[in-house]
Design a binder for this molecule. Structure first.
Ligand code: PGA
Length: 247
């Protein structure tokens, strides 16, 4: 199980420090659950200090596909590792929707993350329109094919997939456990085809989209749901810790 908090564009540096301490205290010993927090770039170093010596790991919310260069406003993989990151979220639907992120771009970033020892959390998911049109699997399948082209994780811990139906993100509307399991099983099938069953079975597939303390256990109880990518509920230490315990 892996539970990651995506703080999105919330918390200034002081608030991020406070939240990081709160998360570490509330989570305590997470047992077998890998716990990750992904604060905004400017707070990465501060959060790294706060969680040092705790089981909580650090992740970023995005990065550029090059090491360095004239890319104003961007942040690179070596910068993230120097700030203490082990994980990076790639291809979040908000990046795709508002910042023109494409599957091909995500693919390049995955290779770059791997080249620098970062573990990418690769997001896929369909919109409500696509689901209503019966195209959810086609859309998610396409995102997987194009984002993961040429990707060869040297072990299953080096790649995480997050299924986040766009219609469930920040809306309070969660996929039912059956809907989540159905899509996770489909994703697992695709991963098995690409990486072989041994690796496919071991890869973490997270569910994201309005996960809360009240619905986490039921979602995480499904066979192919290996944890969650948590937005809103990751901004309260106690709620996030409750979701970790559900894992
Ligand atoms: P949410 O966000 O939990 O607020 O729906 C999830 C995400 O976007 O990663």
């Amino acid at each position: 199980m892996l539970v990651a908090g995506n703080w999105k564009m919330h918390t200034d540096i002081d608030a991020a420090r406070t939240l990081a301490r709160d998360v570490a205290d509330s989570v305590g010993d997470p047992g077998d659950v890998t716990v990750v927090v992904c604060p905004p770039f400017v707070s990465l170093s501060a959060v790294a200090e706060e969680i040092a010596g705790t089981p909580v790991a650090l992740g970023a919310q995005n990065m550029h596909a090059e090491d360095a260069g004239a890319f104003t406003g961007e942040v690179s993989a070596p910068m993230l590792t120097s700030a203490g990151c082990r994980y990076v979220i790639l291809g979040h639907s908000e990046r795709r929707q508002y910042f023109g992120e494409t599957d091909e771009g995500v693919c390049a970033k995955i290779a770059q993350a791997h080249a620098h020892g970062l573990i990418p959390i690769v997001c896929v998911g369909e919109t409500l329109e696509e689901r209503k049109g019966g195209r959810a699997e086609e859309v998610v399948g396409g995102q997987l094919v194009h984002s993961l082209r040429g990707v060869t994780p040297d072990n299953p811990d080096r790649l995480v997939i997050a299924y986040e139906p766009v219609w469930a993100i920040g809306t309070g509307e969660t996929a039912t456990p059956d809907q989540a399991q159905e899509m996770h099983a489909f994703i697992r099938g695709r991963l098995n085809e690409q990486f072989g069953e041994k690796t496919g079975r071991a890869l973490h597939i997270l569910y994201g989209g309005s996960v809360k303390p009240g619905n986490a256990a039921e979602l995480f109880g499904r066979a192919d749901v290996d944890g969650g990518l948590i937005g809103g509920a990751s901004l309260k230490g106690e709620d996030f810790a409750a979701i970790v315990r559900a894992g």
